[in-house]
Design a protein around this ligand. Structure first.
Ligand SMILES: [Zn+2]
Length: 346
């Protein structure tokens, strides 16, 4: 089959178009014909290599897959062939106390497609049957591929962890990022007021169409000062933080007393300084989030099926142009999800 793979860690330059053997679904697995796969920053982490994460080489990245199941491995029952599905990106045991309580991402066996195992930058992918979620044809394969990782993460952050409520104000960083655009929609669905940041006026226009109350161009204005102006010096109840050291301290400074900061990622680096006095005196919460559970993903999918949440797509590239697509994401030129489409004759 055709795939985009890398043989050694590095940059998108290391990604190459290759013919590799089609995977064979093992016990409890199915073979998915990949119709679309979305890009995530995780793909860049996989490319660069991560300390303490075993990434098999050569490697097929890509964790957000939509497609059709075309073959079942031994022991798989009840999954119809040739129907649209999405694949949950997190692989877990399904039997431990974390999995049973919907906290799959804390499972000791937890791993992610396209990271610790081969993913979807290919015509076909073998995945656990447990990860298959049937979906309708109401939206395209490209739109479905945009859903799993970012909607799951944003839902886990805002609903499960931050307990964001109607009438509260939330700061969501980077409206143009996948988790940003998903977070905005979930926050609006919950009835919260949204303030978001963007790096260009063009992105500000698109963000406004998502229904946010305020957009701040962080390249032009100091965002914490702007937040204080907007909230009349009160601050926001919740911050959805995924940038890291570039914004972390300023994000804390934006919080109202008793505010909650939920964090899921560090696109600008791993460590930051923290004035602990500020955290306890204002009784703030810093809440860590990592992916989410299968039941949460199914909740988000129900809202997408009803049209209450709409995946935001940026550009669609043929699979072979994965390098160009990754460079687009790396340069933060995108608004919404960048999608790759593998070639299939039918
Ligand atoms: Zn488990």
């Amino acid at each position: 089959m055709q795939a985009m793979i890398f043989q050694k860690h590095g940059t998108p330059e290391n990604l190459e178009y290759a013919f590799v053997p089609r995977p064979v679904p093992g016990h409890g697995e199915v073979l998915v014909k990949v119709r679309a796969v979305a890009l995530n920053h995780l793909d860049l982490w996989a490319l660069m290599g991560m300390r303490n994460v075993a990434i098999p080489l050569p490697h097929v990245p890509g964790c957000d897959i939509s497609g059709e199941v075309i073959e079942k491995g031994p022991g798989v029952k009840g999954i119809p062939l040739g129907k649209p599905v999405i694949v949950a990106p997190g692989v877990s045991c399904g039997t431990c106390s974390y999995c049973k309580s919907g906290w799959d991402s804390l499972c000791p066996k937890y791993n992610i497609l396209g990271l610790q195992r081969n993913g979807g930058y290919a015509q076909f992918a073998a995945v656990p049957a447990r990860n298959i979620i049937p979906v309708s044809k109401k939206i395209s394969f490209e739109a479905w591929a945009a859903v799993p990782l970012v909607y799951l993460t944003a839902w886990h952050m805002l609903v499960t962890r931050a307990n964001l409520k109607k009438g509260e104000t939330v700061l969501i960083h980077a409206a143009g990022s996948g988790v940003g655009s998903a977070g905005i929609q979930i926050a609006k669905y919950l009835g919260a007021k949204v303030i978001t940041t963007v790096g260009s006026d063009k992105k500000a226009q698109i963000a406004k169409k998502l229904g946010v109350e305020h957009v701040i161009n962080y390249r032009k204005t100091d965002f914490p000062a702007e937040i204080m102006k907007i909230t009349k010096a009160r601050g926001v109840e919740v911050v959805l933080e995924h940038i890291g050291p570039e914004t972390f301290q300023a994000s804390l400074a934006c919080l109202a007393k008793k505010g909650r900061l939920v964090t899921c990622g560090v696109t600008s680096g791993p460590t930051t300084q923290l004035d602990i006095r500020f955290v306890f005196a204002r009784q703030l919460s810093i809440i860590g989030c990592y992916m989410g559970g299968l039941p949460e993903l199914k909740s988000v999918i129900r809202l997408i099926e009803k049209g209450q949440l709409k995946p935001v797509l940026d550009e669609v590239f043929p699979l072979r142009e994965a390098r160009k697509a990754l460079e687009r994401m790396e340069s933060r030129a995108n608004f919404g999800k960048i999608i790759l489409v593998p070639p299939h004759k039918d």
